[in-house]
Design a protein around this ligand. Structure first.
Ligand SMILES: Cc1cc2nc3c(=O)[nH]c(=O)nc-3n(C[C@H](O)[C@H](O)[C@H](O)COP(=O)(O)OP(=O)(O)OC[C@H]3O[C@@H](n4cnc5c(N)ncnc54)[C@H](O)[C@@H]3O)c2cc1C
Length: 501
């Protein structure tokens, strides 16, 4: 069951760099092979959402997809959508939520300065849920109430962020917002979702050309993007876009040139999530016409210590034997903080009562220890450092609270010998990661230059754009699919509206 999530990636050795050419001048285009109002590059969730919305708004749409079929990373994904504000699933499962509570939480946990986009995301969330469900994306009215990274047991809702983590639990009413598309055995929720969405793209007869690799944008003399250069079956041709081109070509997770510069630790030791065409083509195409980039160092990584959730009752320490984060945080936030420790090293300390093997991450079991001093020596920690940490932790818990990091009372217990240790260091475990940075866009998906002005005629959405959460400290699982779909739709709608002016 875990295999899909953890095996679906391509190692850095397989990384490829897309062939992207500089922008072509429209004056040099002798002939347009085809024309549409809105030309969409890529048929993952962002492109499909843009296409549906643009065509429904009356635009003539054409989707160009480089692979032999649509789906992209979206179809490989777990199918978690971060949605809230009071969706039908939240209501059925007894969670009170509102757009304002969702905004309050996301405002507190993220550092984005794109407040308008954050508001649009929260205020549009219920409608976005309804839209997906209307397409046939299935969400069961049942919640999974334990801590999990994802579920394949049919539940439609689980907590996938830091809502119950201090200080956020005091800043916004916690609610589960991870809407999990029902997977089916080995079939992931992402596959189920994209089967429904692509089925609707076909049903609504949106023109899609596969094995069509977009290798350049075409600009007129005023800098407006008016088309694309596409390579199909070894032949290059030009497709004209009367009102807009939408870049929805996915992430750069597999592009070693970009990741080794921007996220060297995870590029070297982690496992990028994605499929071979997640090589940064969208980013590169945007670069050719001066689109700004945001948050390029940002990523979310995971090698969760839970499930089993009892492991959260242990403590996580660095090589100095010091705690540095509350152990009940979202797994991406945990990875973010481990990456910031000396040598990105960390250990999970358990005792006999809560012992179990972490289900994810291939963490290394070090050993069991009768005494703290043996444990310190085996882990190469300064004498007495871990003893002090354990004494402080147990003392705080005796007083009723984790005074240092405010781990929730649900996870507090004193740790007693014998102990057991897993190493959860970034270089020693299997940290799967995805980038969160990318092209800058506004709330309507318009691609922005460094000065904040829009590149006329160009839109971008999905994983080739920067996310609202800038890193694993801020992310909640499902924000990528939800944001890609919601902002993809907005890009499609805006580009379509331009066709009417
Ligand atoms: C295993 C896994 C699990 C994940 N789980 C989740 C999850 O549960 N929730 C969540 O929110 N996120 C999840 N993610 C991340 C999420 O799936 C992606 O960020 C998201 O699907 C990106 O959508 P997209 O439409 O932007 O890109 P994609 O779905 O990757 O689609 C991009 C498309 O563009 C095409 N393309 C690329 N270059 C060109 C070109 N030059 N010309 C024409 N076409 C081109 C590609 O072939 C591809 O079909 C997961 C990712 C993976 C890999």
């Amino acid at each position: 069951m875990d295999a899909l999530y953890y095996d679906v990636h391509t190692s850095n050795e397989g990384a490829v760099v897309p062939i992207i050419e500089g922008p072509v001048s429209a004056d040099d285009v002798a002939e347009w092979s085809r024309t549409a109002d809105v030309v969409i590059i890529g048929l993952g969730i962002a492109g499909a959402s843009a296409a549906l919305e643009a065509q429904r708004a009356g635009a003539e749409v054409l989707v160009l997809e480089r692979a032999s079929a649509g789906g992209g990373a979206s179809a490989l994904s777990q199918g978690q959508f971060y949605l809230g504000g009071g969706t039908a699933v939240q209501q059925a499962c007894g969670y009170e939520d509102s757009p304002e509570e969702m905004y309050r939480f996301l405002r507190a946990v993220t550092t984005t300065d794109e407040d308008d986009k954050l508001r649009v995301f929260c205020e549009g969330s219920v409608e976005q849920f309804d839209w997906l469900e209307e397409l046939g994306v299935p969400f069961a009215r049942e919640a999974y109430r334990q801590k999990a990274v994802y579920t394949r047991t049919g539940e439609g809702l689980l907590s996938t962020g830091n809502e119950k983590v201090w200080p956020f639990r005091e800043q916004a009413r916690p609610a589960a917002r991870g809407h999990q598309v029902s997977g089916d055995g080995d079939i992931s929720g992402g596959h189920v979702a994209m089967t429904a969405i692509l089925g609707r793209v076909a049903q609504e007869q949106i023109p899609v050309v596969c094995e069509a690799n977009v290798i350049a944008l075409v600009q007129d003399n005023g800098g407006r993007v008016v088309g694309v250069k596409v390579r199909k079956d070894g032949v290059d041709s030009y497709v004209q876009a009367r009102s807009g081109v939408v870049l929805a070509a996915g992430s750069f997770n597999l592009n070693d040139d970009v990741t080794s510069v921007n996220m060297p630790l995870f590029s070297a030791y982690g496992k990028p999530l994605g499929e071979p065409t997640n090589d940064g083509a969208g980013l590169m195409l945007g670069r050719t016409v001066g689109v700004a980039e945001r948050g390029m160092h940002g990523l979310v990584a995971t090698a969760s210590i839970y499930p089993p959730e009892d492991l959260i009752k242990g403590i996580v320490v660095n090589a100095q034997g010091r705690r540095f984060v509350a152990e009940d945080v979202y797994h991406g936030r945990m990875a973010h903080h481990i990456a910031r420790q000396p040598d990105a090293k960390a250990f999970l300390i358990l005792d006999e009562e809560i012992f179990g093997y972490p289900k994810h991450g291939s963490h290394t079991f070090i050993d069991a220890f009768e005494t703290v001093s043996e444990m310190e020596a085996a882990l190469g920690m300064p004498d007495g450092a871990l003893a002090q940490t354990l004494a402080e932790y147990n003392g705080n818990i005796a007083d009723g609270a984790d005074a240092e990091f405010h781990k929730h009372a649900d996870w507090l217990k004193q740790l007693q010998p014998p102990y057991a240790v897993f190493e959860i260091s970034i270089p020693r475990s299997d940290y799967h990661w995805m980038s969160l940075g990318g092209l800058a866009t506004d709330a309507d998906g318009r691609a922005l230059r460094e000065d904040g002005t829009a590149v006329p005629g160009l839109y971008a959405a999905g994983a080739c754009t920067s996310h609202l959460a800038q890193d694993g400290d801020e992310y909640a699982s499902g924000m990528s699919l939800a944001g890609g779909s919601l902002f993809g739709r907005r890009a499609g709608a805006h580009a379509a509206a331009m066709a009417r002016v």
